[in-house]
Design a binder for this molecule. Structure first.
Ligand code: MLT
Length: 394
């Protein structure tokens, strides 16, 4: 028996587990401290009433012989896929229902999709970025090259024709930097991918936070994207489903390599390894797209946007360089007075009892940077801003 030794090449623990352990240790040593958690991007507002109502109705259906349902379609129920199709259509993007696959969240599918690609591919990953892209490829032993994101390029790296890549990750609005590509910038990536015969894995988990005109919410806003890109999205950040689990992945019919359809391979993979998202959860997700549901989730998103604005105002007041916060629930800033993100993490935790996420956990270019989330409650965010200002003002 041989282990997958690629796992030995991973960091010892997943970034957010390391943060959680450090916070637990601090809390145990200082039980009196009122710790404000602004680290992991987990939502705090409850599910919208329209979602809860739809789920309750679905629970009742499951409790009656006439309406009980067993296994559902692995790729999701048509009622939800059609709602998602409508959501894209309202933004001028035509999708076939068969191109939409319901998942238990973007994170799972971003890892699972790699099943349909050979391990002998070179992967291009922005640095810094959501650690799941690197870790899942390290687990498979793929060769990884990085696209440097930094203050000079506004944390939005552009393609470099001298780099050869087969699989390209793009996350926009970006986790952790909050930077978001325009449709023209994405077009350059799509053109690069097509010229290089590469596939783009586009993580759109934060698209609902895009508010500025000209910024893209989907890779399919560009020409030719259906021939080179898969898009991943989630109800986690849009509708508070982090604990409920539901997302979707778009694999266009036109996406083919050597004449083989990625849509077909993904369907084959899903029907073999996945039994679908619970009916009750999918009913709740579909309610997100009703008139009432949409209105309610927008009220929740407005709270997170206000929090993001508070964090941006705080950085403006302190004169600290930052990105994000405007089209994103994350504010990404240069650690004032520290070149090491973990040292700043400890300083903020010890002196202000505020938890954030060290930028170096997202890649080498994140060293010296720090991420705060706007997904906390308004009270937590207001208090955290006060504590940060008091600690860092000169
Ligand atoms: C984060 O904090 O980066 C996110 O919560 C991680 C995730 O969505 O899995």
């Amino acid at each position: 028996m041989k282990l997958n030794r690629n796992y030995l090449n991973l960091e010892e623990s997943y970034l957010f587990s390391t943060v959680a352990h450090k916070v637990s240790a601090f809390s145990a040593a200082h039980p009196e401290a009122k710790i404000l958690r602004m680290g992991i991007g987990d939502v705090t507002l409850p599910l919208a009433p329209a979602v809860v109502e739809a789920m309750q109705k679905a629970v009742s259906e499951m409790g009656k012989k006439e309406t009980f349902r067993g296994y559902g379609p692995e790729q999701g129920y048509d009622f939800l896929r059609e709602s998602i199709q409508g959501y894209y259509a309202r933004r001028g993007i035509a999708l076939d229902v068969n191109e939409i696959f319901i998942s238990d969240g973007a994170k799972s599918d971003l890892g699972n999709i790699l099943d349909i690609f050979d391990t002998d591919n070179t992967v291009l990953i922005p640095d810094p970025v959501y650690p799941v892209y690197v870790d899942t490829n390290v687990m498979a032993g793929r060769k990884i090259v990085f696209a440097d994101a930094n203050a000079d390029n506004g944390f939005l790296p552009m393609p470099d024709d001298s780099v050869n890549a087969d699989i390209i990750y793009i996350c926009s609005p970006n986790n952790p930097t909050g930077a978001a590509y325009s449709a023209e910038q994405l077009q350059a990536w799509v053109d690069y991918a097509r010229a290089h015969g590469a596939v783009i894995l586009y993580d759109a988990a934060y698209e609902c936070f895009v508010s500025e005109k000209g910024l893209a919410r989907s890779i399919y806003e560009t020409k030719g994207a259906k021939e080179c890109a898969i898009e991943f999205c989630s109800f986690s950040k849009t509708a508070g489903f982090t604990g409920t689990r539901c997302g979707y992945t778009v694999v266009p019919q036109d996406l083919k390599f050597d004449g083989v359809s990625c849509n077909k391979l993904w369907l084959r993979r899903q029907t073999t390894k996945f039994n679908g998202v619970p009916y009750i959860v999918q009913r709740g997700a579909a309610a997100v797209f009703t008139e009432e549901g949409e209105k309610q989730i927008h009220e929740n998103l407005a709270v997170y946007r206000r929090n993001a604005k508070r964090l941006c105002d705080c950085m403006d007041e302190l004169g600290v360089f930052y990105t994000g916060g405007k089209n994103s629930p994350y504010v990404w800033f240069r650690c004032p007075g520290f070149s090491d993100s973990w040292q700043f993490f400890d300083y903020l935790l010890e002196k202000a009892n505020v938890v954030g996420t060290p930028g170096c956990g997202f890649g080498k270019n994140g060293q010296g940077f720090f991420r705060l989330t706007a997904f906390g409650s308004e009270e937590t965010t207001i208090e955290a801003v006060e504590r940060i200002k008091n600690l860092l003002k000169v």
